[in-house]
Design a protein around this ligand. Structure first.
Ligand code: APR
Length: 260
């Protein structure tokens, strides 16, 4: 029975994609778990191992011990993942761009896997920043994260700016920090003007990011949610597929190619 339902949903998703020309993808950590990166709120997720209270910008800049905890958690906890590889879900979205159907990807992820899968930088809107660089909070100098990780591996457990000795912070957005305004407003604009929005792997509990699929749905775009667990927005979707994003999207794109 489950396979028949799955097949029906995959067909319905493929039909909507064939009909759509301006598809906005909204991705969360669930799209990257199949690349070996833990998500945040599933069993074993990042927030089941570390306390979000410790990960505010206030805590980070307040004392060196908090920064030591942050860097340790980011390296051991799987938030800094330079060697992670895109999975089937990422490649399916890259194919949507090749087909000329992708209006954009609004992602909460900081792993850069959409770009690694081949999506154009100017179509990836990283609402929560990214982990590719660390920036000095005093002089704004930026360092590639690989370089900073080398310093950490050599025992510098709280890396400082090489130019001025200031506090180095990854380019990801911390709780208590505001989101990059131009990225947020462009994401909201695309949500208002897309004709379809596909959510892939997000619990939709963190705002303002979680407003994006709501704006799309209110702007009459068809909304489909692909997430292993139910979300608070499920009632707004045409339908929800509670299966793995990699399998759902690769099977769907096979159907899209047949139908197109
Ligand atoms: N396929 C589909 N869904 C999946 C998969 C998968 N392979 N793996 C996990 N999921 C689902 C989980 O069931 C969960 O509901 O993805 C969702 C991930 O939710 P979260 O862990 O809350 O991640 P996310 O929604 O991206 O969190 C948003 O919270 O802590 C902040 O800044 C952080 O960007 C993050 C934000």
């Amino acid at each position: 029975m489950a396979e028949e339902i799955f097949e029906k949903d995959i067909n319905a998703l493929a039909d909507l994609i064939v009909k759509s020309e301006k598809i906005l993808v909204f991705s969360g950590a669930g799209i990257s778990t199949e690349s070996g990166i833990p998500d945040f709120r599933s069993p074993g997720g990042f927030w089941t191992r570390f306390d979000p209270e410790d990960f505010t910008i206030q805590k980070f800049i307040s004392d060196e011990n908090s920064r030591r905890k942050h860097w340790g958690a980011m390296t051991e906890g799987g938030l800094i993942t330079p060697d992670a590889k895109p999975n089937l879900a990422h490649y399916a979205i890259a194919e949507l761009e090749e087909m000329g159907k992708l209006y954009g990807i609004v992602t909460q992820n900081v792993d850069g896997l959409h770009q690694k899968a081949g999506n154009s930088e100017d179509l990836v809107f990283q609402l929560h920043g990214d982990m590719s660089h660390a920036r000095c909070l005093s002089c704004n100098d930026r360092y590639p994260m690989e370089e900073v990780m080398e310093w950490v591996k050599q025992g510098e457990d709280v890396p400082d700016c090489r130019s001025c000795g200031g506090i180095l912070k990854p380019d990801a957005v911390y709780f208590g920090e505001s989101l990059p305004m131009e990225v947020l407003s462009e994401s909201q604009y695309r949500a208002e003007t897309c004709d379809m929005c596909i959510v892939l792997g997000s619990s939709l509990v963190v705002y303002p990011a979680a407003n994006i699929p709501v704006i799309a749905s209110r702007s009459k775009a068809s909304l489909v949610i692909v997430n292993m667990e139910p979300t608070d927005m499920d009632h707004m979707a045409e339908f929800c597929i509670k299966s793995k994003a990699g399998e759902v999207m690769s099977r769907t794109m096979e159907k899209v190619r047949e139908k197109a």
